[in-house]
Design a protein around this ligand. Structure first.
Ligand code: EPZ
Length: 419
């Protein structure tokens, strides 16, 4: 299995181009199922999760092809209305095909995603949304089986902000009879990206960017065409690499608006952050950094997907920092691995207290999930001597050319195959 070897190096210095967003391209790919024909997605990142979604669309009967960073999804042959456990268990976002298959074909059989490295990831809000649209939902033998003569518009209120449930129900509602109102919809940029893609298909959606989405169902949709928005979490991860190494990093081809909460925290810690129309530069050279207390909350707050990376940074900042993850109270698999590098962290439920400032020492560690892997790379960049990170297939799920981009910034990182 592939692993990374890092040797602690000095401050990073340089610029990288950010790829298209994993969490936008996945619902866009699923949306293609809502129409017959060839949908196009540009600025698509080359990621393991994208390959998994392509494999799933092929199992359903689609053709998936295209050039570099371009995806073409031909749904003409889509007739196998099922997402098998083997694929869904490797990527929870496979569940996104349920809404489109149900809306277009009137039935779908999708495996329950099961948990992930850091705990249960329920889908009850997705299922309640489909039932509200008139679908019959049966959960049996680890699969969700849904049928509906014709989905009917409904008034749906999510009790909590859910990106996946919002996207899944939104996609289904575009072909339902009548009007659907989704209240307390998630407002992450990836939801706006899904709305934009559906609009390119001829969907009728009001309220883009707000917590109330109103969808007027249509008879038929046309194949989609659109570009993937930049990946705000990849951008935040590289800026965090600049911060932890006390260097200077510029990320290009980003939407700075999507990073506001992250940049605010980096400034609070003490970095200089400058912003352009499509770039952000963080300068932490000769900066006097301060401990902070942060809560991961739904957008536009500080994102849970940056929680692990921020924790790595804070282990190197003198003082007592606190991170509470209100989205996933158990997303702390990286804590025990960071402690192997000498970090001093106490966990209490959904809150980690970091006694920062001690220097990290290199050691063999293990990646457990996508963002925890990134956190371990950040720590390995500044730990003394050598850090080896195994199971980095987790990282390949969500970062395109990760080590090449870090090397471009001066990072001493190499990929090798672990015997
Ligand atoms: C999306 O996951 C992202 N994944 C996650 O990114 C991200 O961490 C998460 O949103 C939160 O921002 C993709 O977009 C592919 P949710 P999702 O539904 O949709 C609870 C990464 O690292 N919930 O917004 O699964 C849930 O347990 C990944 O790129 C229910 O209770 O997240 C959580 O506490 C990791 N019932 C909260 O809602 C449901 O039916 C928010 O989850 C659905 C969710």
């Amino acid at each position: 299995m592939d692993a990374f070897r890092l040797s602690g190096n000095g401050p990073l210095d340089g610029a990288v181009d950010i790829s298209g967003a994993k969490n936008a391209v996945l619902p866009m790919m699923a949306s293609a199922l809502l129409a017959e024909g060839i949908s196009e997605i540009t600025n698509a990142p080359h990621l393991k999760d994208m390959k998994t979604m392509s494999d799933l669309l092929r199992v359903i009967g689609c053709r998936v092809f295209g050039g570099k960073n371009q995806l073409l999804v031909d749904t003409t042959g889509a007739d196998h209305l099922e997402a098998p456990y083997e694929l869904v268990k490797t990527m929870r976002a496979s569940f996104y095909v349920l809404g489109p298959l149900l809306a277009r074909f009137g039935r779908a059989r999708v495996s329950l995603p099961g948990g992930c490295a850091w705990g249960p990831r329920p889908v009850d809000l997705h299922l309640k949304g489909f039932e509200a649209l008139g679908a019959k939902v049966v959960v049996t033998h680890g699969y969700v089986e849904t049928t509906a003569e014709k989905l009917r518009g409904a008034n749906i209120t999510f009790p909590i902000s859910s990106v996946g449930a919002t996207a899944n129900v939104l996609m289904a509602a575009t072909l339902a009879e009548g009007t659907t109102v989704i209240n307390n919809a998630a407002v992450e940029p990836e939801i706006d990206a899904t709305v934009d893609y559906l609009l390119s298909m001829g969907a009728q959606i009001e309220g883009r960017g707000s917590r109330t989405l109103t969808i007027t169902g249509v008879e038929k949709l046309q194949p989609g065409k659109g570009a993937t928005i930049p990946d705000r979490i990849e951008a935040g991860t590289f800026l965090a690499a600049g911060l932890i190494s006390r260097g200077r990093v510029r990320v290009n081809k980003v939407d700075p608006q999507h990073l506001e909460a992250v940049l605010e925290v980096f400034r609070e810690i003490g970095a200089q952050v400058s912003v352009g129309s499509d770039w952000v530069e963080l300068d932490a050279r000769d900066s006097d950094l301060q401990a902070v207390s942060i809560k991961a909350i739904p957008y536009p707050g500080f994102p849970t997907d940056m929680q692990a990376q921020l924790m790595s940074v804070l282990t190197t900042v003198p003082g007592i920092s606190v991170i509470q993850d209100t989205i996933y109270n158990d997303r702390f698999m990286h804590v025990s691995e960071l402690k192997r590098l000498g970090a001093k962290i106490e966990l209490q439920g959904d809150t980690a207290t970091i006694h920062g400032g001690s220097s990290l020492t290199g050691a063999p560690v293990m990646a457990s999930d996508l963002r925890a892997s990134a956190a371990m790379v950040l720590a390995g960049l500044v730990a003394s001597s050598t850090t080896e990170i195994s199971r980095i297939y987790h990282l390949d799920r969500g970062y395109e050319n990760f080590e090449q981009k870090l090397q471009q910034l001066g990072g001493k990182i190499e990929r090798f195959v672990e015997q």
